[in-house]
Design a protein around this ligand. Structure first.
Ligand SMILES: [Zn+2]
Length: 132
């Protein structure tokens, strides 16, 4: 038995380790000038599996800046450093995407009356979210 075969056998004997699922969030493609544009905004919203309008509203509020969404881009009426945008997108994911019980991103948002609820498809946890 050669080394690679041994390695394979050893791996087969190891208990199955469950991977913690993380989605691959694309890096925000930010162009700054007088305004700030996130060019791949629709891709980011798609990866988060959230309505782009909801993500946009969060950014407008958190960054305290007005903006608009022409095409799939997000335009902010001011100069925002790319790092701040990335941080806010991560905060959005923490609040509205990742399950607070199991940490998986397989969740859905739904409105029940005036309450916004994040439901986890993986573990069934239900938590209320901050409304914007
Ligand atoms: Zn969960």
């Amino acid at each position: 038995m050669d080394y690679l075969e041994m390695l394979k056998k050893a791996r087969e004997k190891m208990p199955h380790v469950e991977n913690v699922e993380r989605f691959s969030l694309p890096d925000a493609d930010v162009a700054t000038g007088k305004r700030t544009t996130i060019r791949n905004f629709s891709d980011i919203a798609k990866s988060l599996r959230r309505d782009a309008k909801h993500v946009a509203r969060f950014l407008f509020k958190e960054l305290a800046i007005p903006g608009s969404m022409p095409g799939g881009e997000l335009m902010l009426q001011g100069k925002i450093p790319g790092g701040a945008i990335k941080q806010k997108i991560e905060e959005y994911a923490k609040e509205y995407v990742y399950c607070r019980e199991c940490g998986k991103p397989d969740t859905n948002l739904s409105e029940e009356g005036k309450i916004l609820i994040i439901k986890c498809e993986a573990c069934g946890a239900r938590k209320t979210c901050k409304r914007m």
